[in-house]
Design a protein around this ligand. Sequence first.
Ligand code: HEM
Length: 522
Amino acid sequence: MGFNLKDYSSAASVPSSTSQPLYNIPIPSFLSIGQGKNATWLFTTLALVVGLLALEQSVYRYKKRHLPGATWTIPVIGKFADSMKPTMTGYKKQWDSGALSAISVFNIFIVMASSNEFSRKILNSPTYAEPCLVHSAKQILMSDNWLVVFLTGKGHVDYRRGLNILFTKKALGIYFGIQEQIARKHLARWLAVAAKDPSSQPIMMTARHMNMDTSLRVFCGNHIPEHAALEINDKYWAITQSLELVNFPLAFPGTKVWKACQARKVAMYWLELAASRSKAAMATGAEPECMLEQWVRILSDPSYKGKRDFSDREMAMVVFSFLFASQDAMSSGLIYGFQHLADHPEIMAKVVEEQERVRQGNWESPLTLETLEQMTYLNAVVRESMRVKPPVTMVPYRATKAFPITDNYTVPANSMVIPSFFNSLHDPEVYPEPEAFKPERWLDAQGPANQNPKNYLVFGAGPHRCIGLEYANMNIALVLATAVSMMRWEHEITPLSNEVEIIATLFPKDGCRLKLTPRTHT
Ligand code: HEM
């Protein structure tokens, strides 16, 4: 198909230095700005833009080399549209395209790793790659926060060692009673609402609220008043919503990041106060009743070796980081726990049978950490539920230098490199029928699931592996155990129940609609 450039030449401008047109380029009339300097400027600009666009494509192709991924990147924005509305189908397509694949978003070159080998390699190569929070997360967490400042190297290792003391078995024992009390309080509320309106209701927000209440009480005990806990919970949704891969970079009033920063300010105010009150309470010689108090007590122990002088703000920032790291992931794990059990009555029956056995018919008595550990089947349910629907499917890292990830591919320095967990957790060799919810696979010590612990990447791996993983597992199991003791739940399956909504972590698109009735014990 040909077209006559000359037909348009009257509209085209030419460089002023020549009387003859050098190019007959079809330029629409609205761009026709006449001859002279303006025309030179226009052509220079156009040439520059075309040059830059060509350069952008060349750089992308040079970095991508033989990796699967689009041959050309969309100018400037790349795959921005996909990152705004991520879907599991889109992610799976990307992961299935290769163990390593490439994309570009706003000229950030991204290498996605989908195999267990490469994902683990990234997580375990601190000399080449470090976690990189999305831009909004950095603004929300504050630049002087340990997560940001001590992200890598010895600083991170030392700081993290100092925080491990908050998750010892002794410390978990202190939190356990608080967690159970809060779960009972909230589940009783769920039942009271269901008694008035027996129709099914989504648990998405009520489960998030229970989780926030649990975290605040475990971290701060009674040092945060009820109204403040409610306010933090209400405002926290703004933080969750701001955690998109790419966000408007400046936190102008009204933007999502601005709203998230306002929410953080409210939370930080109360957390600082809680830190100061915890110090005062421990100065009286009282026994620790929450994480902050336990922390203060350990710091004052003469045998403690490590940084002791934490200001209220530093303590509050750590607690805020824990809230940040746990609120979405834990809520996701919890909600899918309810959904998976409801969708598998035969598995629910086994959980109930185990509860009867371990509790010895004593449904009202509080559980202990030891009794929870005896609930082997329930713990397998929790493990399996998060394998099928991992709350966190991937974590962004950044290549701090050229990273020779294979013999024939080196991730260019400063690229984003993203280990993904989904394929590891759905590897049919390790988890036969990977989509099926089968807690039994965890009961066979010699079975492939238990023999390949390196595939279980729900909590990551390497130096940044989740610090709260035992606490998280314990909490999800405890809430489910408490729920089983108090209620029956039926899942209203809608066309969206098995669709996944990605809001920082994974949630069922319909919010998991449950119909609740009290469980009576004979
Ligand atoms: C089901 C719940 C949870 C899931 C699925 C989860 C998952 C993860 C994952 C995948 C990572 C990144 C690991 C890596 O880069 O290798 C992580 C890091 C982290 N998590 Fe969790 N997490 C959960 C709950 C919690 C809780 C309850 C807390 C605190 C109380 C917590 C605190 C952290 C912190 C502080 C980090 C950063 C660790 C570091 O950089 O050293 N998480 N988590």
